[in-house]
Design a protein around this ligand. Sequence first.
Ligand SMILES: *Cc1c(COP(=O)(O)O)cnc(C)c1O
Length: 219
Amino acid sequence: MIDPAEVADRFGALRERLSRIGGDRVRVVAVAKAFGPDAVAAAMGLGIEDVGENFAQELLSKAACLESRGDRGRQPRWHFVGRLQRNKVRKLAGLVHLWQSVDRPDLAAEIARRAPGARVLVQVDIAGLGGRGGCPPESTAQMVEHCGQAGLDVAGLMAVGLPGPAEQVRPGFRLLASQAADLGLAEVSMGMSGDVEVAVEEGATMVRVGTALFGPRPA
Ligand SMILES: *Cc1c(COP(=O)(O)O)cnc(C)c1O
């Protein structure tokens, strides 16, 4: 169960962490995966407008739940941040505000087909781990160009850090920010609960935070 007062306290602590390093203007995307619609409602109650999800089905069911609630069915700006299969794109197309995990041409093409002109971020595999999504850093420019040619609005780049000590990911974050700058892209989405400081120091414009807002994820 989500206690909105606890989420409020955690949000205050997060804002303080960001403030200490000059990150007051960094956008906080509340990642609600594994939590229910009440987590989304709690975040929205604090004025958080951006909510991230990793799984299509979770996003769809939470959106439907909000739709049927009070407050005129108000929705957050949904960010899709997880690995995405092409066959899920159609159902998400009317809901997603920012597709953050675009990492391959066939996915870009499907998003362009179902949501022409959609705003996207290209996900880059800064850790070189393969399995967590993202195109290899040497393909970033090509992927950005490909998305543009498909008619998508490429707003920036996104990356997932490494598990482990936050400092370890600094070079990867630095690389992502420098690639975005080289490509003239404004948005840099990096940093999660454990490494927001390093991410903001390296130029994040958007951090994606789950546990630091909602507490430990239910199994
Ligand atoms: C789960 C997740 C987050 C949030 O992680 P926390 O460590 O809970 O802050 C951010 N981005 C992505 C892509 C995720 O999968």
